[in-house]
Structure formats: structure tokens, C-alpha cells
Ligand binder design. Structure first.
Ligand code: ARG
Length: 573
């Protein structure tokens, strides 16, 4: 991050405390600055928490890697950390007592894993098109964008969340023209999105036979672009309003918010300015009547079209205007666009145009791309070839979750409420647990399972911690008062908790919420093993005290992580 250089050094949390100690020890032995030492994770967790591969340094010092490792092993004397050489590697294993003492107070504190990072990060996500239903393709952008925003926020950044709604362009001339011919106000009232979609489809069916239709669409779009408040604009505004109301329902279900919902139309009165600016910067060229920016010198073969031969602006023009306006308004350190990888070229062009026009901030723009969602089988299989609505997918998830909830807990007093939480949580988590550029395949059985790497499994683990704390029937003791002897054995759990702050940072740096998702699974698994191996309630006053603190730390960690991901947290299941 460009801003991180000016940041104060962040206080180490969790396992990081030991990384600092190991780095300092190695640096000292090798007479190097600690920043020059980079630690890895041993491939086999049994070998410890950190590893130092000696290859590179051995080469520099003209030594055999195992010899350097042996020498270092003798030199090092780290308090509370065991050092062992395996071939060319040094492995570091933290002793149980110092481990628990370092990790538990962090994990038991309010802002576990939070930070004081500076800098403004703008995250643009969701950005559906009006007059059309949100479809399955909008799931990932919405869920990834919201999770990244909350993650940056937890780490201390200022985050600006923008929904760049697609509400402008010649297609709205077509839509209003279709409405003027066939629109039905009653139907618009009853089922707005369905009706608008119908009109759009009908327009495309009839346009071939009826040349007056495209002619009208062009005229209507000119009326829209005139900037005057005419009937066309009023109609378009009404379409925008009904669409946003429909989107809002989905956003509520998905726990998503924005600081700004700004349609492409918001930048409309900056388009001339934008073209003037590009003109001044001498980057515009004419090509067959259209205005383009040639980007071949940046290795981008397709030029960026910024104005058609008819004089209308385009999606890309509005994105250039938006970037300039955002830079002016927010002076962001980073500007992230969470958009599917099918728009890769578009964002290369956007960055390319800005760079060519001399805008240094172009280097702060990132396209956060992601893969497709597919359905393996069943009612919502993508093979049927139709566009899947996002609300349908969510409804289906909730319907199936209800079956699972009623089967597992027929006595639950609020099955519908829990089913909504479990169904939505399952879809969200499934989406977030993969590397974003991988395609995601939905297999309902797997997505909704209470076991395995699923949202419901995490929710269930969280419910379990809450149940233990409830049954204890007393407040969780202060972490400062406990005897660590009683928790030191829970080594794997301490490692899993101790890695949580590291996972948060890594997830933010790589813009990969999956790193956090995977760490939560590790915490839940280690937590469940802890209850299996160690008795908590009724284990005797001092023991119970210490273990209740541990249970509460698991609960807190799951809460922080699930909240960042947007997975709902049911009290019972
Ligand atoms: N509205 C577009 C779509 O649904 C996505 C917009 C992405 N954001 C942007 N700044 N171009 O395909």
C-alpha cells in the first residue's frame, strides 16, 4: 500500500509477537536489519509456527544451506521458543505457556485484530444495472466488496463505499421508448422489475421489424441527455427509484450498506469537462468519426472509445469522469473496483487512459476481479440457460435451510428466523471461502451442511460457545486473573487464535477475504477439539475460570470474523 510507508509501526498482536522476537534474534546473529529477515510457515504444523529457509542467505554467504542452518541453531537462544533445524530450514516452535500468555489477552480484548492503519480506501462494489433484476453475477461483487470494506475498516482505514449503479446509456432511450408504446402503469406498480424487463425484451424483438423504434429510442435518449427536466427524464427517474427499492431489499438480506449510491448519471454533467481534460492532455484521436484514446504504447491493443460518431458518451467515459471526480473528492490512497473478471480489459483501459493523461493516481486504482458462480444441479441449475435472480437463489437457500433446521432442531421456537440466517450465511460464506478469481460451484447439499467448511458450521460453532457461556451462569472472569496452567495445553487452539490477526492483515493486503474465512474455520475446528479434549464447566473453580476465558475468546474471534464477512450470527440453532 502506498500509504503504509508513512504509517506508524503497528503493534504486534497474537503470534506476531513471536515473529518479531524471532526476527530480532536472527537479525542479531546474522548482523542484518530485522526487516531483511522473512519468515515462512513450516509445511508441517507439527514442526512449529515459523520457519526460516536458509537458501538465499547461504548463497550470499557462500555456505551450504544446512551448514548455515546448523550454525544458526547453535547461535540462537530465544526465550520461550524452541529452535530446531530440519535440513536447510530452521523451525521455531513456541512453548505452550508463553504462547497462551501472549495470545489469550489479545483474543480476550475488545478490538482483537484491529489496527491503526491510515489512508482512505474507496471500495466500489455491487453496481447493478437499473430496470433489471440483480442476478447471480451480482452476488460476488456485493459480498466481496462488503467484506473487504469491513475488513479495511477493522484495520483502521477510512473506507468509502460506493455503489456505481448502471443507470445511464443509450439502452435507457430504448427502454423509455418501449414504455411510451407499451408501458402499463399498473403493472409497473405491481411488479416493476418484471415489467421493465418485459419492455426491454419486447423492444429488442420488435426493433428489427420496425425502424421507427430505434429512431424513437435515439430521440428519447437525446431528450434524456439534454439535462432538462422533461417527461422522459421523469419516466427514467421513476424506473431508477423502483429499481433501487428492489435492490435495497437484497442489500438488507445480505447485510450490505453503502456510503454513496451514485449512478453513472451522477457524473453526467462532468462528461464534457472530462472530454475537455483529455483533449488538453492531448490523448484524444479521431477514428471513423468516433473519439478514442490509443493505448497501444501501454501494451493495450484495443483503444478506449470515449465518444461515438453520434456524439454520445459511453460506459468508459463515465468511468473516467467518475475516477477524476472521486480523486478530487476523496484523495484516496487506493480505489478498488470489485467487478467480475470479464471486465478486465475495461479496467486496463480506464487505468491506461488516466495514466496517459498524466494522472498519477492511476496507480492507486485496482480492479478486484473475480470468477463466475455456477450451480451444480437441481432447481436452480445454470444449465437451463436463463439468468438466475439473486433473490431466487437466496430464497432457495433459505427454503433448504429451513428443512435442515427443522430436521436438526424440531423444537426451535423461531425456525424461519434461523433459516434466513443460516441460508444467507451459507451462501455468503461459500462465496467468500474461495480465492476470488476461482469460479465458484454451488452444490446445495455441501453449501448448507452443518459439517465441513461451511457457514452453518461456523454459526453452529459460535452457538456452541454461547451455550457454554450461558450455562456457566456467571460473568466471564477477567483474563488477568487466570492461571495459564489450565489453558496452556490447548496449544493448537492458541495457535489458531494467534493467527487470526495475521490472517486479517493478509486478507486485506491480498484483497482475499478467503484468507480470513479459512482462518475462522481453523479457529472453529480447534475450538471444537478443545471442548472435546478439555472439560470446561464443572472442572473446578480455577480451571473453569481459565477455560471460560478461552471459550469467550473463541466466541469473540468468531464474532469479529463473521461480522466482517457479513455472515449472520444466530443465538441458537
Ligand atoms: N453496471 C455494471 C454491470 O452490471 C458494473 C459496473 C462496474 N463498475 C464500474 N465502475 N464500471 O455490469
Amino acid at each position: 500500500m502506498s500509504s503504509s510507508t508513512s504509517n506508524p509501526p503497528r503493534p504486534a498482536q497474537g503470534l506476531d509477537r513471536f515473529a518479531a522476537q524471532i526476527r530480532a534474534g536472527l537479525a542479531d546473529a546474522l548482523s542484518l536489519p530485522p526487516e531483511a529477515i522473512s519468515l515462512d510457515r513450516p509445511r508441517d504444523p507439527k514442526h512449529g509456527e515459523y520457519a526460516f529457509p536458509c537458501f538465499r542467505l547461504a548463497k550470499e554467504r557462500k555456505m551450504a544451506p544446512p551448514a548455515l542452518a546448523t550454525w544458526l541453531e547453535e547461535q540462537l537462544n530465544l526465550d520461550g521458543i524452541g529452535v530446531q533445524r530440519v535440513g536447510p530450514f530452521l523451525n521455531f516452535r513456541i512453548e505452550p505457556m508463553p504462547l497462551a500468555k501472549a495470545v489469550l489477552p489479545d483474543a480476550a480484548s475488545e478490538g482483537f485484530g484491529s489496527g491503526q492503519e491510515e489512508g482512505t480506501i474507496l471500495v466500489e462494489y455491487s453496481s447493478p444495472n437499473i430496470a433489471k433484476p440483480m442476478h447471480i453475477g451480482h452476488l460476488r461483487t456485493t459480498v466481496l466488496g462488503a467484506a473487504l470494506s469491513r475488513l479495511f475498516n477493522h484495520l483502521g482505514h477510512r473506507v468509502v463505499r460506493i455503489n456505481h449503479v448502471g443507470d445511464w446509456g443509450s439502452q435507457f432511450g430504448k427502454l423509455v421508448a418501449a414504455w411510451n408504446r407499451w408501458g402499463d402503469p399498473d403493472q409497473l406498480e405491481a411488479e416493476p422489475i418484471e415489467h421493465l424487463l418485459e419492455l426491454y425484451v419486447r423492444y429488442h424483438q420488435e426493433e428489427k421489424e420496425d425502424p421507427s423504434l430505434p429512431q424513437q429510442a435515439r430521440e428519447v435518449f437525446l431528450e434524456l441527455e439534454s439535462g432538462q427536466d422533461n417527461p422522459t427524464r421523469q419516466t427514467w427517474r421513476q424506473f431508477t427509484e423502483v429499481s433501487l427499492a428492489a435492490f435495497e431489499k437484497v442489500y438488507q438480506r445480505l447485510n450490505t450498506e453503502f456510503d454513496f449510491v451514485r449512478g453513472e448519471s451522477w457524473y453526467e454533467d462532468r462528461l464534457d469537462q472530462t472530454l475537455d481534460f483529455l483533449q488538453q492532455q492531448d490523448v484524444l484521436e479521431l477514428s471513423e468519426g468516433a473519439t478514442i484514446v490509443d493505448l497501444s504504447e501501454q501494451g493495450i491493443k484495443t483503444p478506449c472509445l470515449v465518444k461515438t460518431a453520434h456524439g454520445t458518451t459511453l460506459y468508459a467515459t463515465r468511468d473516467i469522469a467518475a475516477a477524476l471526480s472521486r480523486w478530487q473528492e476523496f484523495t484516496f490512497d487506493r480505489c478498488l473496483y470489485v467487478v467480475g473478471n470479464e471486465q478486465k480489459l475495461h479496467f486496463q483501459q480506464l487505468i491506461g487512459v488516466l495514466r496517459k493523461a498524466g494522472c498519477d493516481f492511476a496507480d492507486r486504482i485496482e480492479h478486484i476481479s473475480f470468477g463466475l458462480v455456477r450451480f451444480a444441479e437441481g432447481k436452480l441449475s445454470t444449465r437451463e440457460g436463463r439468468v438466475l435472480r439473486l433473490s431466487e437463489v437466496l430464497d432457495r437457500a433459505v427454503e433448504l435451510a429451513l428443512e435442515v433446521v427443522q430436521e436438526k432442531n424440531p423444537e426451535h421456537p423461531e425456525p424461519h428466523k434461523v433459516a434466513e440466517q443460516v441460508g444467507i450465511g451459507a451462501v455468503l460464506f461459500h462465496d467468500l471461502k474461495h480465492l476470488r478469481n476461482k469460479d465458484v460451484v454451488f452444490n446445495w447439499k455441501e453449501v448448507l451442511s452443518f459439517e465441513g467448511e461451511t457457514g452453518p458450521y461456523l454459526q453452529y460453532s459460535r452457538v456452541r460457545t454461547a451455550a457454554i457461556l450461558r450455562k456457566a451462569g456467571r460473568p466471564v472472569p477477567e483474563v488477568q486473573t487466570i492461571d495459564y496452567q489450565h489453558v496452556a495445553e490447548a496449544r493448537d487452539l492458541m495457535v489458531a487464535l494467534g493467527r487470526f490477526p495475521i490472517a486479517l492483515r493478509e486478507a486485506a493486503e491480498k484483497r482475499e477475504p478467503m484468507i480470513l474465512a479459512q482462518q475462522l474455520l481453523a479457529v472453529a475446528a480447534a475450538g471444537n477439539a478443545f471442548y472435546r479434549d478439555f472439560r470446561v464447566l464443572g472442572s473446578g473453580q480455577g480451571v473453569e475460570d481459565a477455560r471460560l476465558v478461552v471459550v469467550d475468546a473463541i466466541r469473540r474471534t468468531l464474532d469479529i470474523g463473521l461480522n466482517i464477512l457479513g455472515v449472520p450470527i444466530p443465538e441458537t440453532m
